[in-house]
Write a protein that binds this ligand. Structure first.
Ligand SMILES: Cc1ncc(COP(=O)(O)O)c(C=O)c1O
Length: 386
């Protein structure tokens, strides 16, 4: 059985986490600087998660009691981060047939906005002005572009995540990048430095564990005993909390992994594009589903498929056939328990339809063409049987 996602970390890079000398030689700032350069930004400030980076931007800029426009179809931790900073999310629907809300639609309703490149696609460029603040959520779009400009360079400040399902992963962590020195200096004051030696030890253990857990042979073995969850993404409602595990800081062990990820970034993106192209070749002519349109500007975070048939049945039958599928976001944010009382479901029919019909297929560096062919063959067989 194939995991849905798997960070591309070589055994050598993993073992470097055990080398005490590395912790002396490399710093979180080394990673921040290299990451900023790789995206094309002047400054970067790393945090314990993308969600924390969003929250800290508001706190550092002393923004409170403001309305913040964001897509209704996004990761639930984004509105949570906004709320925790003392502000209010305002959800904006995508248009019918579109995936993700444009920056223009968000900027039309509020001065502060969080345009988000859903699953890697940059829809448009926000307009920056002294009277507005654009926090670009590029968590799903490392390497994506629009009109020659990279995701992560379009907002006043831009956020990336390094959790397990992202293009680049440090088994957790996030970063804010910007060209504005005033924002960077304030953010630096709000950077978290609460990690202890034992936090580093726990993170190294976690990295080894997940590296091992997501090896297809181990993953399949654990599935036989039912010990692995069918969905390996970080998106379930239960996980969408800003809990204690995010109260530390970006760790040195994550910086060491991150420097390795940056070194391999081109290979990782090229390999992911190759795998997406294999999926495309196998699924392009299969009717009754929608798949991503592959363009050179989009670095997919997930290989998503929109189904017309009942997802629960498709998912269950695929699982029986040995194919685990993920569900990236199975909710429209305003209709989740925390917000539902204040919103009318009829106003969020587009995001609800996306949320109820989406699955994601295994998508990570290391998948072979043969594996993709097998996954697609099983998928088609199951889908036709429903
Ligand atoms: C679009 C989007 N924004 C923000 C985040 C938050 O990132 P993190 O999990 O690092 O807090 C995620 C998480 O996956 C995401 O998908």
């Amino acid at each position: 059985m194939y995991p849905i996602a798997r960070p591309y970390v070589t055994i050598r890079q993993l073992c470097a986490l055990l080398n005490i000398l590395k912790y002396r030689a490399q710093t979180v700032e080394d990673f921040e600087n290299q990451f900023a350069t790789s995206v094309g930004r002047a400054y970067a400030c790393a945090f314990s998660g993308g969600r924390v980076a969003i929250q800290k931007v508001f706190e550092a800029l002393e923004i409170k009691n403001q309305t913040v426009a964001m897509p209704s179809y996004t990761c639930l931790v984004v509105p949570y981060a906004v709320e925790l900073s003392g502000n209010r999310p305002l959800f904006v629907e995508p248009k019918v047939g579109e995936f993700g809300t444009t920056a223009a639609a968000l900027q039309a309703v509020a001065a502060i906005s969080i345009p988000t490149h859903m699953f890697g696609k940059v829809r448009d460029q926000p307009v920056l002005s002294p009277n507005t603040l654009v926090i670009e959520d590029a968590c799903l779009a490392f390497g994506s572009k629009i009109a020659g400009r990279a995701a992560g360079t379009l907002g006043d400040v831009s956020i990336f995540s390094f959790n397990r399902s992202k293009q680049l992963s440090c088994f957790g962590g996030g970063i804010a990048v910007t060209d504005r020195r005033d924002i960077y200096e304030k953010l630096k004051v709000f950077a978290q430095y609460h990690a202890t030696f034992w936090d580093e030890v726990a993170q190294v253990f976690k990295s080894f564990f997940f590296w091992w857990f997501y090896r297809p042979s181990i993953y399949s073995f654990l599935k036989m005993f039912g010990s692995a969850s069918a969905n390996v993404t970080d998106f379930s409602l239960g996980d969408c909390s800003l809990d204690k595990s995010y109260s530390k800081s970006f760790l040195k062990s994550q910086a060491i992994l991150g420097l390795g990820q940056l070194k391999n970034a081109d290979v990782i993106l090229a390999e992911r594009r190759r795998i997406a192209a294999w999926y495309d070749a196998n699924l392009r002519n299969f009717s009754d589903i929608t798949i991503p349109r592959l363009t050179p500007d989009v670095e997919l975070s997930h290989y998503w498929v929109l189904l017309k048939k009942p997802r629960a049945i498709v998912k269950e039958r695929l699982f029986k056939e040995g194919i685990a599928v993920g569900v990236p976001n199975d909710y429209s944010c305003p209709l989740t328990a925390h917000y539902a009382a204040n919103y009318n479901p009829a106003d969020f029919s587009v995001s609800s339809a996306l949320a109820s019909s989406i699955i994601s297929l295994p998508f990570y560096v290391g998948l072979t063409e043969r594996a993709v062919r097998q996954i697609c063959a099983k998928f088609k067989q199951v889908y036709e049987s429903v």
